[in-house]
Design a protein around this ligand. Structure first.
Ligand code: SAM
Ligand code: SF4
Ligand code: F3S
Length: 468
């Protein structure tokens, strides 16, 4: 009955969940969903909530795409190659729809929050049934209800500002959990698409966050990752709320052995109070990801980052004056429009001064709709790749030297899996977020262990199990 369905006045999400549940319950076999999130941890957290809704609607889950009755891709738009990957993947599943016309294909997330990407899917990927943007958690049930009533293509890419509380998540790990504390971004860094696809900043109420973390710890989660595009501005939009350092101190009162991590932290808002809280709180991991992006004041100004190199280094000095070995990591963009050789030398100079444990470096990718996309750019691709190679070589040197500080020490590690290259070894992370490999049995995964470090490498240290 598609002609009777008014897409502007769909029943409530709760009603749609129940209706779709009745539909799936009536199927001869439980339908299975294949859910994959691209992009950052915030997107993965959204994907876990979308799986939670699918579970409520009667779906089971499969890692084998050929067995799925519903495929959901939760997409990323941060760089062009992220979008290319999604379009490539969508092309490759066309044959599945041909073989099984009842298959439901759903695309959500940051990429599809852009009108031009939604249009491209509608026109060129006609096997897709549902397109939702970054408010998919609120709208998925309604779109499935529409498809269930014969709608051939259902789309809603509006950014809604409601914060759906209480939605169950199907979490990928049984010991590491992500907890978004805020959504959206107000910063409009000139290269970045995120504010356009995720809307303005909105914070969750602290009591909801605290209750969720308490419950996760009770369930046995050992690492809680607090997420937001700029966690330092948490709470600014709340009446009678709290700021980020206060939230950290409240969460630290929760009993049990667990670590709290967070990302990302914008340097312009990284305050001494926040750094004092990290150092003082027993549950807070002793690591800070502080994305500098560039070591040139001119580039930082054109990026609209609103700090200078010396203001950034001042913050680094503050935390290192209290803990000289404090672990810092960063994000760097190479080849921002018209980046000069001198600008790039500034980036290398910051790396030498800060001595990051790790850097996440990206070649600038032009994003339609952002301010930087309008800026002239005379730097060639060859120059950009050559700079990237130099940056990676320098970081390799720094990481190798930094990692030597762990040699001979016994450190607490959260075991998190088996090594891919050497499956007889387990992997884990230290409080500094250092990757550690050691010999151990799989039942240790998800527990804290003490490891004596015997060898150090680039991006990895190895050691032996001392005690649990
Ligand atoms: N909100 C976080 C912050 O400000 O640090 C970062 C969010 S963004 C998803 C992660 C990283 O992607 C950024 O820190 C930046 O280095 C990189 N990035 C964002 N837009 C980019 C672009 N257009 N080209 C290359 N890298 C980009
Ligand atoms: Fe993008 Fe800047 Fe916001 Fe981070 S702070 S999400 S880089 S606009
Ligand atoms: Fe994350 Fe990519 Fe969106 S990095 S916020 S999923 S654009």
């Amino acid at each position: 009955m598609p002609e009777t369905l008014d897409m502007n006045h769909l029943p409530s999400p709760e009603f749609c969940v129940q209706e779709v549940r009745r539909w799936t319950d009536a199927m001869p076999q439980q339908p299975l969903a294949y859910v994959h999130s691209f992009g950052c941890q915030l997107n993965v957290a959204d994907g876990e909530k979308l799986s939670g809704i699918l579970k409520q609607m009667g779906y089971g889950f499969t890692g084998d795409i050929a067995k799925a009755s519903l495929i959901l891709y939760n997409t990323c738009a941060v760089r062009e190659n992220a979008e290319d990957r999604v379009f490539g993947t969508l092309g490759s599943i066309k044959k599945l729809k041909r073989e099984n016309p009842a298959l439901i294909i759903c695309v959500t997330g940051c990429m599809t929050a852009q009108q031009q990407a939604a249009d491209k899917i509608r026109e060129s990927y006609r096997h897709v049934d549902i397109v939702l943007g970054t408010s998919a958690v609120s709208r998925l049930a309604q779109m499935l209800y529409a498809v269930m009533h014969g709608k051939k293509y259902a789309q809603d890419i509006e950014i809604y500002t409601d914060i759906p509380e209480g939605q169950e998540a199907v979490r990928e790990s049984s010991f590491k959990a992500s907890v978004p504390i805020m959504f959206g971004c107000n910063n409009f860094c000139t290269y970045c698409i995120v504010p356009y696809v995720r809307g303005r900043e909105r914070s969750r109420r602290p009591e909801h966050i605290i209750a969720e973390v308490r419950e996760l710890v009770q369930q046995g989660y050992r690492e809680i990752m607090l997420l937001g595009q700029n966690v330092n501005s948490y709470g600014r939009d709340l009446e009678n709320g709290m700021d980020f350092p206060a939230l950290l101190r409240e969460l630290d009162k929760i009993e049990g052995e667990f670590w709290i991590r967070f990302m990302s932290s914008h340097p312009k808002d990284a305050t001494p109070e926040m750094m004092d809280a990290i150092l003082a709180c027993r549950h807070l991991a002793k690591h800070l990801h502080l994305p500098v992006q560039s070591g040139s004041d001119d580039i930082l100004r054109r990026m609209n980052r609103r700090y200078t190199v010396s203001q950034y280094l001042e913050k680094v000095r503050y935390i290192r004056s209290r803990d000289p070995e404090f672990s810092l990591t960063t994000d760097l963009i190479v080849g921002f429009p018209d980046e000069t050789a001198e600008d790039f030398e500034g980036t290398l100079a910051v790396m030498r001064e800060v001595r990051y444990d790790n850097v996440y470096s990206f070649i600038y990718s032009k994003r339609t709709g952002t301010k930087a996309a309008e800026m002239p750019d005379a730097t060639t691709d060859a120059e950009k790749s050559e700079r990237m190679q130099r940056l990676l070589a320098l970081q390799r040197e720094i990481s190798v030297e930094n990692n030597r500080r762990f040699l001979g020490r016994t450190i607490r590690v959260l075991a998190d899996g088996q090594s891919r290259k050497r499956p007889e070894l387990l992997t884990g992370r230290s409080t500094e977020n250092m990757l550690v490999e050691f010999a151990g049995t799989p039942e240790l995964i998800g527990t804290f262990v003490n490891i004596r470090i015997t060898e150090t490498h680039n991006g990895l240290v190895t050691g032996e199990l001392v005690s649990v």
